[in-house]
Structures are given as structure tokens and as C-alpha cells.
Write a protein that binds this ligand. Structure first.
Ligand code: IPM
Ligand code: MN
Length: 354
């Protein structure tokens, strides 16, 4: 088959890590008989510098006309330190989510046996952890109106807004994923305080009726934050609203000891987007030291979720596991004798193509 892939490298280490994922994708093409057409689009700080917009119309059109989007990272310190900047790189990401209808962000949190000692938690607590975090991505307080400042500037407000429809579709997706796993879904909310959370609970219970085999439970977000540290093994699929998911998925990602290794997929109404969960890591940009594995594993998710080619996804995951087991890794995982970003990319592409 031929696949059209939009490549949005973005800022910081984005271009370097995306380059490795492209190598690996091309290597699978030779091996499994597929072809890929990559087209580059601008997003983030680099897009602001070149066009004035964090998500130029051209980029959006490119995404819409592609079979999948491979995304690197966005963000630049010059904006982080300037709260009054009128245009911000993050606006590009949020606009892309909204315009592509990417209502679910899926982050698998799994452990690599050889990296367990890198976790800040005890080995016996993290061993075997396998969580699928499903975060609602186009609603809630990130997008709710009104948002702004009072005229005198002394008050500010954000609104958390959800419709039943928005809750239903993401909870349904979480239940579908659970059916292919341990069939457990935990809905995380703050239903003791928030009206939106009570709508989430009520709607989730209705959705559960359509999934007789799925065991659903509910947990307040403060408790979930604690349980993720104390007993992460209790979770299978977690589904939650946008901001709770933002926070909990970062928390969950570090318990495996390997932020640079974790991929994600944003799924929705149009083209899906695949990106590592780490940010643009500006201190490492251009140094050929960043860990490309999260991006390469995001490409694996692309084969799984967007192209339905499980065998290709599996081949990439196996090659990544081998690189970790052989300690052929970047400096975040091996301080003493690290490999460079491109060396790791070449090694994995070589394995996949063999
Ligand atoms: C993420 C990021 C974004 C978010 C930022 C960059 C806007 O933290 O993808 O989790 O908050 O959603
Ligand atoms: Mn985040």
C-alpha cells in the first residue's frame, strides 16, 4: 500500500527525532512492501517565525489530506518566559487538535524490564505495569468559553464545559480499547465537586451498559494521582477529561522511568496524529543527543491505529526493545557510553529492515 504521511517536526529536538522515525518507517516499507510519501508542514514557534501563524492554513490542509500525521514537538523558551506574547506555539497544537477533531489522546504506559531500576518507584511496584491512558483532548477547560480577564485586569476566568456527546464518544472509545485488553476501565473525575464530572459519571454509566464485559469503576482525580504512585498495577484503561488527563498522563509516564520512550496517538474525526509525549527539549536541540525512541514508537502506533498494520507495528516495537536490551541507547538511558540520536535511529532501521 502507499501511505501519505504529513510530517510536522516543529521545534527544538523535533526535526532530529522525526528524522529517525522516518528512517524506520522507510525501512519497514522495503521489508513489508509498502511505500510512503512524506510531506513537511510548519507548526509551532518555527511556523510563527516563518509565517506569523503557529498553524498555517497550508499545514492544516496538508494534515487533512494525509493518511496520518507524524508530529515532533513544539515550544520555545522565548515564549515560555513571556506570558504576554500575543501568539504562542502551543496555540498551533491546540488549533490542530480542534480542527482535526482529535478528541482522544491515547498514551500506553508500559515498562521495559531492563529499565525498571530507572523508575523513581520501587521495582516491585512498577513491574508489569500496563496502562492505557485515554485523555479527552478537545473539550473541557482548555477550550471552554468564556475565558479571559475582567476589564480592570484583576480577575481572570476559564470555563470547564462538556456536552454529553463529547463525553460519550471518548468513553466509548476507552471501552472499545478495554475490550481488547483486561476489560477494565477507570473513569477519573471530581464528581464530588464539579458539575461536568457528574455529567461524565452519568454518561459513562450509560455507555457501560453497551459493554457488558467491561468492568467500569470511578475514582476521584486526587485519589487517582495517589494510586498511580502507590499501586499503578491496579489500572488497565483510564479515561478522563482534558486537564486531568494532561496532568495524570505526565505523572504516569515517569513511573516507568523513561519519559523519552513514551509514544502517543491522538485519534479523532479526521486524520490521526502520532507524537512522542516529551516536549521540545530546547537545551538538546541540534546536538544529536535526544532519545528518538518515543517518536519511533509513535510511528509504531501509527501502523497500529491509522494503517491497521499490526505486523509492522510489532516489528518496530521489537526492534526498539532490542535496542534497549542491548543498551544501544542515548545518554538519558546510558550516561557512560551513550549513542547519538542518529546512531540509534540507524540501528533500529537496520533491525526493522532485516
Ligand atoms: C500535552 C502538552 C500540551 C497540553 C501543551 C503543550 C499545550 O502539555 O500535549 O500534554 O497541555 O495539552
Ligand atoms: Mn501535557
Amino acid at each position: 500500500m502507499n501511505f501519505k504521511i504529513a510530517v510536522l517536526s516543529g521545534d527544538g529536538i523535533g526535526p532530529e527525532i522525526i528524522e529517525q522515525a522516518k528512517k524506520v518507517v522507510l525501512a519497514t516499507g522495503k521489508k513489508f512492501g509498502h511505500t510512503f510519501a512524506f510531506s513537511e508542514g510548519l507548526i509551532g514557534a518555527i511556523a510563527i517565525d516563518k509565517t506569523g501563524s503557529p498553524l498555517p492554513e497550508e499545514t492544516l490542509e496538508l494534515c487533512k489530506s494525509s493518511d496520518a500525521v507524524l508530529f515532533g514537538a513544539i515550544g520555545d523558551p522565548k515564549y515560555d518566559n513571556n506570558p504576554s506574547a500575543k501568539v504562542r506555539p502551543e496555540q498551533g497544537l491546540l488549533a490542530m487538535r480542534k480542527e482535526l477533531g482529535l478528541f482522544a489522546n491515547v498514551r500506553p504506559i508500559t515498562t521495559f524490564p531492563s529499565l525498571l531500576d530507572k523508575s523513581p518507584l520501587k521495582k516491585e511496584v512498577v513491574e508489569g505495569v500496563d496502562i492505557l491512558m485515554v485523555r479527552e483532548l478537545t473539550g473541557g477547560i482548555y477550550f471552554g468559553k468564556p475565558q479571559g480577564r475582567s476589564e480592570d485586569g484583576k480577575t481572570a476566568y476559564d470555563s470547564c464545559v462538556y456536552s454529553k456527546y463529547e463525553v460519550e464518544r471518548v468513553v466509548r472509545l476507552a471501552c472499545e480499547y478495554a475490550m481488547a485488553r483486561s476489560k477494565r476501565v477507570t473513569v477519573v473525575d471530581k464528581a464530588n465537586v464539579l458539575a461536568t464530572s457528574r455529567l461524565w459519571r452519568e454518561t459513562a454509566l450509560e455507555v457501560a451498559k453497551d459493554f457488558g464485559d467491561v468492568q467500569m469503576d470511578f475514582m476521584f482525580v486526587d485519589n487517582a494521582a495517589m494510586q498511580l504512585i502507590q499501586n499503578p498495577g491496579r489500572f488497565d484503561v483510564i479515561v478522563t477529561e482534558n486537564m486531568f488527563g494532561d496532568i495524570l498522563s505526565d505523572e504516569a509516564s515517569v513511573i516507568t522511568g523513561s519519559l523519552g520512550l513514551l509514544p502517543s496517538a491522538s485519534i479523532g474525526l479526521l486524520t490521526s496524529v502520532f507524537e512522542p509525549i516529551h516536549g521540545s527539549y530546547p537545551q538538546a536541540a541540534g546536538k544529536n543527543i535526544a532519545n528518538p525512541l518515543g517518536t519511533i514508537l509513535s510511528a509504531a502506533m501509527m501502523f497500529d491505529y491509522a494503517f491497521n498494520l499490526k505486523n509492522v507495528a510489532e516489528a518496530i516495537r521489537n526492534a526498539v526493545e532490542q535496542s534497549v536490551e542491548n543498551d544501544f541507547v542515548t545518554e538519558d538511558l546510558n550516561r557512560k557510553s551513550p549513542k547519538s540520536t542518529s546512531q540509534v535511529g540507524d540501528w533500529i532501521a537496520g533491525k526493522v529492515g532485516n
